[in-house]
Design a protein around this ligand. Sequence first.
Ligand SMILES: Nc1ncnc2c1ncn2[C@@H]1O[C@H](COP(=O)(O)OP(=O)(O)OP(=O)(O)O)[C@@H](O)[C@H]1O
Ligand SMILES: [Mg+2]
Length: 484
Amino acid sequence: MTTADDGPEPVRGPLAKCPTGIDGLDEMTNGGLPQGRPTLVCGAAGCGKTLLAMEFLVRGAVQHDEPGVFLAFEEISEELTQNVRSLGFDLDDLIARKKLEVDYIHVERSEIEETGEFDLEGLFVRLGFAIDSIGAGRVVLDTIETLFSGLSDASILRSEIRRLFRWLKDKGVTAIVTGERGDGTLTRHGLEEYVSDCVILLDHRVTEQVSTRRLRIVKYRGSSHGTNEFPFLIDEDGISVIPITSAGLDHPATEERVSTGVPALDEMLGGKGYLRGSSVLVSGTAGTGKTSLAAQFADAACGRGDRCLYFSFEESPDQLLRNMRSIGLDLGRWREQDVLRIHSSRPTRFGLEMHLATTHKLIREFRPDVVVVDPISNFLSAGTTVEAESMLVRLIDMLKSRQITTLFTNLVGGGTNPEQTEEGISSIIDTWLLLRDSETEGERIASVYILKSRGMKHSKRVRGFRLTDHGVELPEAAPALPSG
Ligand SMILES: Nc1ncnc2c1ncn2[C@@H]1O[C@H](COP(=O)(O)OP(=O)(O)OP(=O)(O)O)[C@@H](O)[C@H]1O
Ligand SMILES: [Mg+2]
């Protein structure tokens, strides 16, 4: 048994990339995994290694017409087959069409120990045959732990692992080798990472019943990559990684205006409404009409042909539609035409990271021109203030870079001064409307004013704010404000 030569790599041009087809992953790796080389994907049990590897093969076969071989050392679970089926991919069909080959090798630990020998030759023959028989360009070995479980001699182990990676490279296949995460090292052997061009670490944490999955590119030889950890989702569409790099301050800026849906409010905002691509905050105490103002904006957007994604955290889609009918808005028709999508969920259930990830995914899928988040107070209570604010900044960065006009509502307590409680997010808001409620002569009267609106001349007046059967109205006469 010889140890493969580990001489210096020949100098190459820019590294060729093999697209995984996995949402977001190709984006953060600038095109995919190293073409024709092995990548190590490691993480603890249940973190999604096998699913990621299988999705890599299935998407390769379906989207890039590149057949793949999946070599399992543990039996393929029914769960995995089911998972992949729910992605709309039928493993059996892919196998029948010679787009996929799934092979299961039972590694008998005692056998290896008895003979005191370990030889990969048998594996190479079998894998080589599978690769050649379907012309595979992609290979998965799942997991390296099981494959080498019988080896205790560190130096043999080391040379065998090197030999495996060398063989895969020589074969020219783009491979994913999965491994478990060991104590202090990425994998139990602490070796694989030195022989791999690309190492991806998956992590699954559950804190306070909130589950967060993260993906990190630990190393990518010869390529730039994001070093941050990125949250990822596993759902009915498979894996999606959310590249949440802060887009920074280079958003495009237009002069285009979009209507608020309330003519009198458009008038107050320089006669034309909000700036397209800007962020709007509507804050007010309970029941003042925040949702109504948001719905007017959504209705106007759909009416002019924009697409609107409405995150409703306190009302279900049906509730929202019913409540808005009460002020004469028929949002149902927009929903039927699929220019309006209402997404209801409670952020607290998943934690902020996951929530941002879901939001990101929906935006990518639906491609809205306009987004409503009603209300953000739910975020602010889902994590610490700092977390929530940093998440909102990232969300707004992403929305702005896509020229999406966003309206946030925020519920503020009656006694507090909203200008103070919302200090943290005010800097990332372009237009800020305040709804307030005051009691005069036994009657509650609502009013609205523009606290700020960047990039335009706007009214400084306090106007009345009234909800009617046919929408929001702003009576000319400003009601008296409470003293203090
Ligand atoms: N046709 C109507 N005419 C007058 N007022 C109405 C009409 N329909 C609904 N309302 C009022 O609108 C109020 C709710 O408005 P909206 O849901 O926009 O407020 P909100 O600020 O979003 O409230 P919350 O703080 O609960 O989210 C109700 O309390 C109701 O009094
Ligand atoms: Mg509301």
